[in-house]
Design a protein around this ligand. Structure first.
Ligand SMILES: Cc1ncc(COP(=O)(O)O)c(C=O)c1O
Length: 388
C-alpha cells in the first residue's frame, strides 16, 4: 500500500532510494552568500543596517502594503499586531482552532484568550458563516458599544483568521463581519506570502497582517517575521514598540513606553532580500509541484484527494496537503511514507484539544474535527535551484 505514492514523490524530487525527501527545505540559490558577506564586511550584523530598511521597502512593494515592519519572528509579529489592535489583558479574540499553536501563544502573551469558530472545508481557514453565527448567538453590545461575550462577560476585541498552508480564507466576507461588529481584523498570514485573494495580497485586508520567515516557510530569513500595514502611522508605532520604544536621540536613553526587543537583525534581513529576489520563481516551482500532485491524486486511489486552492484565490501552496478518507488511512499513510524516507506530517492538533485552551468558548467545529483527522502534508519545497 502507498508504494506508488512514495515512488511518485521520489520521482518528483529526483531523490533516489536512501535519500530523505524533506517536507519543506529552504532553497538558497541567489545572492544569499554575497549579502551575508556584505553584512560581515561592513560589521552591520545586528538590528540596524541597510538590509533591514531594504527588506521592509521591498516587502511593502511586493505585497502592496503601505508599510512593512520586520520582526525577530512571526510569533512576535502576531504579539505586536494584537497589541496594536487594542487587545488587552482579559479580552477575547475570535480565531480558528485549526492553526499552528503560535496564533494562540501570541494571544497568551497579552493575557487574552481565544474563542474558536469552525473553518471552511475548502480553505481549511476561518469560515465567515461560522464566525457570524457565533457572534449572533453568543454576544451582546455594551452601552459603550463594545461586543461582549454573553457567557464569559469578556470583551471581544479582534478576529484572527489564518490562511492555512497558504490557501486564502474568504477574507472579504470576514472583513465585512469585522466592520459590522467593530472588531479589529488581524490576519495571521504567516504561511501565505505570495498568496492573493481576488488579486490582493493576503495580510493586507485588515488592520494588520503578520508573516513568518521561519526556515520552513516559502522564503526564509532563518528566523524572522513581519507586519504589513495599510496605515503608515500604525507601522511607525509598530517599529517603535519593536525597538524598545526608544525616543530617537544621538546619545540619550529615553524610552516613552514599556516595549519589546523584537527587531530583525541585518543578517536575517540580508537573507530576506536575497530570497525575495527569487520569490516569483519559487512560487512558480511550488505551483507546478501542486499541479503534479493534483494530477497524480486525481485517481482518488485509497480515497485520497489533493487539496486545491480555493475559489477567487491564488495560493503559494506553501505546504501541499492531501485529504485521507479517515484517520486509520491517515495513520497508515504517515507510517508508510515516513518509514520510506518521505517526510509527511499530519495537520495540527486542534487548539481546543490542548490543555491550555480546552475550556475556551467555541462554536460547533465539525469541519475542524474532520480535517484534523484526515489532512496530511506532503513534501512541498522548491524543487529546482533555477538557471545558474
Ligand atoms: C499559522 C502560523 N502562525 C504563526 C507562526 C509563527 O511564526 P514563527 O515560527 O516565525 O514565530 C507560524 C509559523 O511558524 C504559523 O504557521
Amino acid at each position: 500500500m502507498f508504494s506508488n505514492e512514495v515512488e511518485f514523490i521520489r520521482h518528483l524530487y529526483n531523490a533516489p532510494v536512501g535519500k530523505t525527501v524533506a517536507l519543506h527545505a529552504p532553497m538558497f540559490a541567489g545572492n544569499e552568500k554575497r549579502y551575508l558577506e556584505e553584512c560581515i564586511d561592513t560589521t552591520y550584523v545586528s538590528s540596524v543596517g541597510p538590509f533591514v530598511d531594504r527588506f521592509e521597502k521591498d516587502m511593502a512593494a511586493y505585497t502592496g502594503a503601505a508599510a512593512a515592519v520586520v520582526t525577530v519572528n512571526g510569533t512576535a509579529a502576531l504579539h505586536l499586531a494584537l497589541l496594536l489592535a487594542g487587545v488587552g489583558y482579559g479580552d477575547e479574540v475570535i480565531t480558528q482552532p485549526l492553526t499552528f499553536v503560535a496564533t494562540c501563544n501570541a494571544l497568551n502573551c497579552i493575557g487574552a484568550t481565544p474563542t474558536f469558530v469552525d473553518v471552511d472545508m475548502d480553505t481549511m481557514g476561518m469560515s465567515p458563516a461560522a464566525l457570524l453565527e457565533w457572534i449572533e448567538n453568543n454576544t451582546t453590545t455594551s452601552p459603550a458599544g463594545e461586543l461582549i461575550d454573553k457567557h464569559t462577560r469578556k470583551t471581544i476585541k479582534a478576529v484572527v483568521p489564518m490562511h492555512t498552508f497558504g490557501h486564502p480564507v474568504r477574507i472579504d466576507e470576514i472583513e465585512m463581519i469585522c466592520r459590522k461588529y467593530g472588531l479589529a481584523l488581524v490576519e495571521d498570514a504567516a504561511e501565505s506570502i505570495g498568496s492573493t485573494f481576488m488579486g490582493r495580497h493576503t495580510g493586507t485586508f485588515g488592520l494588520v497582517g503578520a508573516m513568518s520567515f521561519n526556515g520552513n516557510k516559502t522564503i526564509s530569513t532563518g528566523g524572522g517575521g513581519m507586519l504589513l500595514f495599510n496605515d503608515t502611522r500604525l507601522a511607525a508605532k509598530a517599529k517603535h514598540l519593536s525597538t524598545q520604544a526608544k525616543v530617537p536621540h544621538r546619545w540619550e536613553f529615553v524610552h516613552d513606553s514599556a516595549a519589546f526587543n523584537y527587531r530583525m537583525p541585518n543578517i536575517n534581513a540580508a537573507l530576506g532580500c536575497a530570497q525575495l529576489e527569487q520569490i516569483d520563481r519559487f512560487i512558480a516551482d511550488k505551483r507546478a509541484t501542486a499541479q503534479a500532485y493534483s494530477d497524480f491524486f486525481a485517481g482518488n486511489r485509497y480515497g485520497i484527494s489533493f487539496m486545491k486552492e480555493p475559489p477567487h484565490s491564488q495560493s503559494n501552496y506553501w505546504l501541499c496537503a492531501v485529504k485521507m478518507p479517515d484517520r486509520k488511512t491517515r495513520d497508515a499513510f504517515l507510517e508508510y511514507t515516513n518509514d520510506n524516507g518521505i517526510m509527511t506530517r499530519p495537520i495540527w492538533e486542534l487548539m481546543n484539544r490542548l490543555p491550555m485552551w480546552s475550556d475556551a468558548p467555541a462554536g460547533p467545529l465539525p469541519n475542524c474535527k474532520l480535517l484534523a483527522d484526515t489532512i496530511v502534508n506532503i513534501p512541498s519545497g522548491v524543487r529546482s535551484a533555477g538557471a545558474e
